[in-house]
Design a protein around this ligand. Structure first.
Ligand code: G
Ligand code: G
Ligand code: MN
Ligand code: NA
Length: 248
């Protein structure tokens, strides 16, 4: 309750920031996309992580207002960068029948090209209310926006699930990447996940890559994109342009 009131105030007082973590092409190491990651610094100077405050905002429904703010901020910041923008979306947002229309409005307002936008969702978004979720995703795709399954390898996502929702992209969770580098049988599972994704025409990102060995492994496994501290940590918007390839 207290935290929820603080979050309401934080939104009004503009205490939220959006940071961006670059994703690189697995072969060329060029920056091809950024993922937006929400940050909150309280007036007392303490940073509170999204793992702490997002669940609270989901519980109260405030996530809808916060999420809309993130969409506007991220589309505005990333417009001149000319690369893909990936934004995390909560289950509560996807269940909000207004969401696809709000998204359409933000695209129109900001002029952000829909084909450069990707929404990251987790399987819990979809299993709670698959009928509503599927309808929202259809509307989102109707706008020209891609859908990414985040945190793959931590839950229960099955072949049937992947066939049903037809994600454009899959993000292999950090735990799968890290453990595969040291465990042969897990590596075999990761390789077959990637083959399966390819068969379903999905692109694959490996998350949480921190070492050269992990990067080499996920590249040879066939991942398209790599995200992780080995290349870049999340950073403020102002720091992104210096990492982009010069326009031709
Ligand atoms: O960047 P960090 O490791 O602190 O992020 C922690 C978690 O918070 C991640 O699971 C990420 O998906 C989630 N998260 C970060 N930003 C947002 C956001 O804008 N909206 C939602 N719904 N989740 C976010
Ligand atoms: O759940 P989601 O995949 O949206 O969140 C990604 C989270 O992982 C973010 O909080 C981000 O800050 C964090 N992250 C990104 N790269 C690395 C990394 O190389 N190592 C670790 N430990 N965390 C990372
Ligand atoms: Mn994510
Ligand atoms: Na993840």
């Amino acid at each position: 309750r207290d935290l929820d009131n603080e979050l309401r105030a934080a939104l009004l007082n503009e205490e939220f920031r959006v940071h961006y973590q670059p994703l690189v092409d697995a072969r060329t190491h060029r920056v091809v996309a950024v993922e937006s990651l929400l940050r909150w610094q309280r007036p007392d100077g303490r940073d509170v992580g999204p793992n702490v405050f997002i669940p609270v905002a989901e519980e109260s429904g405030l996530i809808n207002a916060i999420g809309l703010w993130v969409l506007r901020r991220a589309c505005t910041d990333a417009l001149p960068w000319g690369i893909q923008l990936s934004i995390n979306i909560s289950a509560a947002q996807l269940r909000n029948p207004e969401f696809p229309f709000q998204l359409g409005q933000v695209l129109e307002e900001t002029g952000f090209p829909p084909e450069r936008l990707e929404l990251e969702i987790t399987e819990t978004c979809l299993v709670l209310d698959p009928v509503v979720a599927e309808r929202s995703l259809d509307l989102v795709r109707g706008l020209g926006v891609d859908v990414v399954l985040d945190d793959f390898g931590t839950g229960y996502a099955s072949i049937g699930f992947l066939r049903q929702f037809r994600f454009e992209k899959l993000k292999l969770d950090r735990s799968l990447v890290v453990d595969s580098a040291v465990d042969e049988s897990l590596r075999a599972m990761m390789l077959s996940s990637i083959s399966m994704a390819r068969a379903l025409k999905m692109r694959v990102t490996a998350e949480g890559v921190e070492t050269e060995a992990q990067a080499a492994m996920v590249r040879s496994a066939g991942c398209d994109h790599i995200q992780g501290w080995l290349f870049f940590a999340p950073m403020p918007a102002d720091d992104i342009p210096q990492h982009l390839a010069p326009a031709l």
